[in-house]
Each structure stands twice: as structure tokens, then as C-alpha cells.
Design a protein around this ligand. Structure first.
Ligand code: 2HA
Ligand code: ZN
Length: 270
């Protein structure tokens, strides 16, 4: 077996969590990531027949039975992942009954997966139906995106159209738009279901007054989506209280999308 700490899976997640911490998106234990892995990616690094312990989950994830995930630990700080991957990360497999996770690596010191793992698993189920190549769910607390949910309509279409008008590239990067879940208690199956219901149609969901979920086929895709929303929200927060003298005409957004072969959410530009 090759040392797992040298695998691209672990080095990439260490780089990503450190970068997100430095961007100020993951204060204290804020944020969490889960990454659907292929057995083939892990086979050289881990004996997949050895379960360290079983971890119960309190909803039915049978749809994902046998699937492997790298996931960040509950209460853990993104800033500390690189110096202690085994204590802050775990690799788990969803058990055949869909009610337990089999821990295959990490989560040393009896650590558990992120408190938002129900939302993560529900998001994975929803995105896999939309895109069989989907792999990553990423959650964090970027300040401008959160700020915008206090002062702007949180209707999905209104919120998205404002973001699209903030930076020319937005409609090209996320033509599928952004869903917004009104404030709810986090860490619950209910917020997981509400999030999955929106994320089935778009790769990004904002939690009002809390943070954002980005998804994608790679860590970079999920990160890049969040990064672009946060930049657009930053511009919105800089100009929201100022007199606006110019803007990207809404009717030109369609032309922009056409030029870059992006298909905006049906009816949202009408
Ligand atoms: O993992 O971000 O939403 C800590 C959180 C909870
Ligand atoms: Zn959070």
C-alpha cells in the first residue's frame, strides 16, 4: 500500500481547506466538505475491507449504499486539517442498510462526520440524479453572500438575477442559478431536505444568514462556483446603497449567455 497522506485526495483536500480558511470563509469550525470517491482512486492506499467502526446516521441513505466519501469532521477547524488529516478528516462507506457509515480511515479520537452530513448526503443524492459525474459538496460561510441575504430579496430568481448583473462572467459560470433556503435550524434532516429540493436544479444553494453550498464534479468546480457568487455578492454589497448610474442591461444577459453557450434557467430572464 502507498501512504494515504501522499495521495492526491488527501493533499488536494488539505490545500483546499487551508485556502478556504485563508479566504475567511471558514472561521472556527465553520464549513464542511464531502467528496464522493471511486474505489479505484483509493485501492492503492487503503484496505477497503477493514472497517474501523460503524457510525449511525438517522435517515435512510440506502440510495448511496456502498458509496465512499471523504468528509470533514464535526467541530473541526479547516485551519487545522493540513497538520492533522487523520484527526480532522474521515473516509466512510455508506453501509448496505443505508443507516450507518463504515469508517475506513481517519476520524481519530472518536470524531464524527460534520453535523451537516445529512444535508451533504441528500445533496449528493439530488445532484447524482442531475449529473452522474457529480462528486463534491462544499459548505462555507463567505461574508458578502451572507450579508446579501439580510438586505436583498431571497427569492431564488431575484437573488440570482442580481448576482448575474454584478459581474459579466456570472451567467456563464452559473447559468443554472442559485437557490436560497430561508433561515432554518441547521444540522437537521429538514434543512437537508429543503436544500436538496433546490440543489436538484442548480449547483449552488445559499442558506440565508448562514452560508452557501456549492457542488460539482471536482473540488475546483464547487470552489469556483462559490468564489464567483461571493465576488458578485461583494460587489452588490459595495454598491447596494449607492446611486446606480450604469448596469448590464438585463436583456443583454441572454445575448451574453448565448455567446458563451450557457443556458440560463428557463424563464428567469423573461
Ligand atoms: O460545520 O458550518 O453549518 C460547521 C458548520 C455548520
Ligand atoms: Zn455552516
Amino acid at each position: 500500500m502507498k501512504p494515504i497522506l501522499e495521495s492526491p485526495i488527501i493533499t488536494d483536500i488539505c490545500d483546499m481547506t487551508a485556502n478556504m480558511y485563508r479566504l475567511g470563509w471558514d472561521e472556527r469550525n465553520g464549513g464542511n466538505i464531502s467528496w464522493l470517491l471511486d474505489e479505484g482512486e483509493l485501492a492503492d492506499y487503503l484496505d477497503l475491507s477493514k472497517t474501523i467502526r460503524n457510525i449511525p446516521i438517522d435517515f435512510d441513505a440506502a440510495e448511496l449504499a456502498g458509496r465512499l466519501f471523504l468528509v470533514t469532521g464535526t467541530g473541526k477547524y479547516f485551519k487545522n486539517v493540513t497538520k492533522d488529516p487523520e484527526g480532522n478528516l474521515g473516509i466512510v462507506r455508506v453501509a448496505p442498510n443505508g443507516r450507518e457509515l463504515e469508517l475506513l480511515w481517519g476520524f481519530e479520537g472518536n470524531t464524527l462526520p460534520t453535523s451537516e452530513f445529512p444535508t451533504h448526503l441528500m445533496n449528493h443524492m439530488a445532484r447524482l440524479k442531475a449529473d452522474p459525474e457529480h462528486k463534491v459538496v462544499m459548505h462555507c460561510h463567505p461574508a458578502n453572500t451572507i450579508a446579501m441575504t439580510f438586505v436583498h430579496s431571497i427569492d431564488d430568481r431575484d437573488f440570482t438575477c442580481t448576482l448575474w448583473q454584478m459581474i459579466t462572467e456570472c451567467i456563464v459560470v452559473f447559468p443554472d442559478g442559485v437557490g436560497v433556503v430561508p433561515w432554518m435550524v441547521s444540522g437537521t434532516n429538514d434543512i437537508g431536505a429543503a436544500t436538496a429540493d433546490k440543489i436538484k436544479d442548480c449547483r449552488l444553494v445559499v442558506w440565508a444568514h448562514h452560508g452557501i453550498f456549492g457542488t460539482g464534479r471536482t473540488l475546483d468546480e464547487a470552489f469556483g462556483l462559490i468564489e464567483t457568487v461571493e465576488k458578485a455578492a461583494e460587489i452588490y454589497m459595495k454598491i447596494a446603497h449607492l446611486e446606480r448610474k450604469n448596469e448590464i442591461p438585463k436583456d443583454q444577459l441572454k445575448a451574453l449567455a448565448d455567446t458563451f453557450h450557457a443556458v440560463p434557467r428557463e424563464g428567469w430572464l423573461d
